[in-house]
Write a protein that binds this ligand. Sequence first.
Ligand SMILES: *[C@@H]1O[C@H](CO)[C@@H](O)[C@H](O)[C@H]1NC(C)=O
Ligand SMILES: *[C@@H]1O[C@H](CO)[C@@H](O)[C@H](O)[C@H]1NC(C)=O
Ligand SMILES: *[C@@H]1O[C@H](CO)[C@@H](O)[C@H](O)[C@H]1NC(C)=O
Ligand SMILES: *[C@@H]1O[C@H](CO)[C@@H](O)[C@H](O)[C@H]1NC(C)=O
Length: 369
Amino acid sequence: MKIAFLLLLVASPFLFAHAVAPPPQGLDGLLANGNFEESPKPSKLNGTLLLGKHALPKWTIHGPVEYVSGGPQPGGMFFAVPHGVHAVRLGNEAYISQNVTVKPGSVYALTFSATRTCAQDEVLQVRVPPLSGDLPLQTLYSSDGGDTYAWAFTATSTVAEVTFHNTGVQEDPACGPLLDAVAIKELVPPKPTKANLVKNGGFEEGPYVFKNENASHGVLLPPKQLDATSPLPGWIIESLKAVRYIDTAHFHVPFGLGAVELVAGRESAIAQVIRTAPGKYYNLTFVVGDARNDCHGSMMVEAFAAKGVLRVPFESTGKGKFKAATLKFQAISARTRLTFFSSFYHTKVVDSVSLCGPIIDQVRVYPVA
Ligand SMILES: *[C@@H]1O[C@H](CO)[C@@H](O)[C@H](O)[C@H]1NC(C)=O
Ligand SMILES: *[C@@H]1O[C@H](CO)[C@@H](O)[C@H](O)[C@H]1NC(C)=O
Ligand SMILES: *[C@@H]1O[C@H](CO)[C@@H](O)[C@H](O)[C@H]1NC(C)=O
Ligand SMILES: *[C@@H]1O[C@H](CO)[C@@H](O)[C@H](O)[C@H]1NC(C)=O
């Protein structure tokens, strides 16, 4: 990753604000000036307000966009900027865009750190035409701000115009989402195998995770993601709230590189539809545990497959433990939906605000006699 980042920096003098950015080398990394650390010229700023479409290096801007530094702000607000020092704040109806070179037909996940600045409902719209997604920033998943989200799209041409848009209008023009860093990763479409009918059952394939952080927040996967363009390949994110993708560099992951933390109780589930033969029996196996992230308590994961239901209790002491579970079910059609959610809500012991929950990993379905 460091290499990819350096290559981007080396390439950057040849780019104009409206030019096509080179694809991040090695398929993943920050967008050009993706962490906004390349500052605008002083002549392009009035206080913190950016002046003109091309004021922000490598980006095109529309509407009132502020270039801000993390920490306490005039007027009493505090901006959390975990990735570097600088961020942009999107005022009423403002947006920023960048063109990125992509491969048509490939699926890409954008990972970005975004937070609301006021208590009002703030929505950040992410767009790569023809797709767009509205991200409600109402729920703060971490107490210290700077939640990281992922959103994915399928490239329809060689250039993807990536836009972050504050579609709302607040009475206080000092409100509006703060965007701190943006990265992209090409996702490898997972395939089911004979040994496992579940795609990406070990959560090995997922969105880009920011590095160089003292404490990662993981990556929130927003609600209502369809499997075709999910930032977690193969999986559907259902319901009202996000689930969190966690990686082994920052959390305890039972197997391999990634796992999923069910942070929003019954308000969020992950699901996958698999191919099955009606009447046949299958075993669904998975592990339930904790991410060693200060999430304690009596947990329960509920798993559903056809008419089968399994409730797996797990006592978390926040030590990164896990246990295996098996559900034998009989398929009733050619497609079987697997669904997982957490029965209860949990918050971290340290602040009793940051949402957390049980993790699941190593999901497998195979036919049994
Ligand atoms: C992206 O490229 C298209 C086509 O060349 C152009 O119309 C658009 O203005 C570009 N957008 C940005 C943000 O540079
Ligand atoms: C800078 O902002 C101030 C206060 O809003 C305004 O009076 C002034 O005209 C602005 N200057 C420029 C160059 O836009
Ligand atoms: C990360 O940790 C180091 C060492 O404890 C500290 O100096 C640095 O300020 C921390 N960085 C952030 C962003 O908290
Ligand atoms: C399927 O799971 C059941 C437990 O529910 C277990 O007894 C059985 O051995 C498993 N079958 C295979 C083939 O693993």
